[in-house]
Design a protein around this ligand. Structure first.
Ligand code: Z5A
Length: 216
């Protein structure tokens, strides 16, 4: 069986996922680990088209179920053509968001609840879960402040503070329910301090784990 790890990064808007994924990738390269880096929604030509549909602002209100199904449509294609093939070849996968984002944004943010998400999760990737999920956590105002310095807002970024408070609550509830899979990083700190936490997680959850597997 392949030793390859499936690692996901999660968090609310502007918490620093992109920045810290770049840092995590540097650590992977320095350790000589083969990986693909990808994102959701997206990661394949079809899934990137679905991403554009989901993120663009439009006059027509998007119903929450349609949004949910599009997330899983993109995910299904992404799993079949990028994530599963890489893992089967022993290549680690680093993914910017995955199904935890659906629980947090659609389940909590849009108030769809978790039951129908669990049904779709079972259908699309019942037996595939991330080995490690790093949640970058910060007070909503901090992330929003950082993200909103960047210019034009997408359809999600236009949501209000209460929406993102629910999203944050959703992530923390997920981590609490299955603490072995999650690492929570205090992303409100200075970037150097955030990176220190990420490096410590990398050492403990990636280097030590793979070392132990290879020794065995
Ligand atoms: N979505 C969903 O609803 N359901 C799903 O199932 C999935 C996704 C998969 C697109 O995601 C949207 O899709 C997302 C949820 C929804 N919408 N929202 N919100 P995305 O991941 O592409 O978009 P995002 O969450 O908006 O990510 P982002 O805005 O790119 O933020 P980020 O990657 O977390 O942050 P960043 O770009 O690394 O950092 C933001 C700025 O802060 C930047 O200028 C950095 O230099 C700065 N920064 C970063 N860290 C620090 C620290 N520590 N101190 C100071 N400044 C910092």
């Amino acid at each position: 069986m392949s030793d390859a790890l499936f690692i996901t990064f999660e968090g609310g808007e502007g918490v620093g996922k992109t920045t810290n994924i770049e840092y995590f990738k540097e650590l992977m390269v320095q350790s000589g680990l083969d990986f693909v880096s990808t994102r959701e929604p997206g990661g394949t030509p079809l899934a990137e088209e679905i991403r554009s549909l989901l993120l663009s602002t439009r006059d027509e209100a998007v119903c929450s179920n349609a949004e949910l199904l599009l997330m899983f449509a993109a995910r299904s294609q992404h799993l079949a053509t990028v994530i599963e093939p890489a893992l089967k070849q022993g290549v680690h996968v680093i993914c910017d968001r995955f199904t935890d984002a659906t629980y947090a944004y659609q389940g909590y943010g849009r108030k769809l609840g978790t039951e129908r998400i669990a049904v779709l999760e079972g259908l699309v990737h019942g037996d595939r879960q991330p080995d490690l999920t790093i949640i970058l956590d910060a007070p909503v105002e901090v992330g929003m402040g950082r993200a909103r310095n960047r210019g034009e807002l997408d359809r999600f970024e236009r949501e209000d503070l209460e929406f993102f408070e629910r999203v944050r609550k959703g992530y923390l509830a997920r981590a609490k329910a299955a603490p072995d899979r999650y690492e929570i990083v205090d992303a409100s700190l200075e970037l150097d301090e955030v990176k220190q936490q990420v490096a410590e997680i990398f050492e403990r959850r990636v280097v030590e784990r793979l070392g132990a597997q290879h020794d065995g």
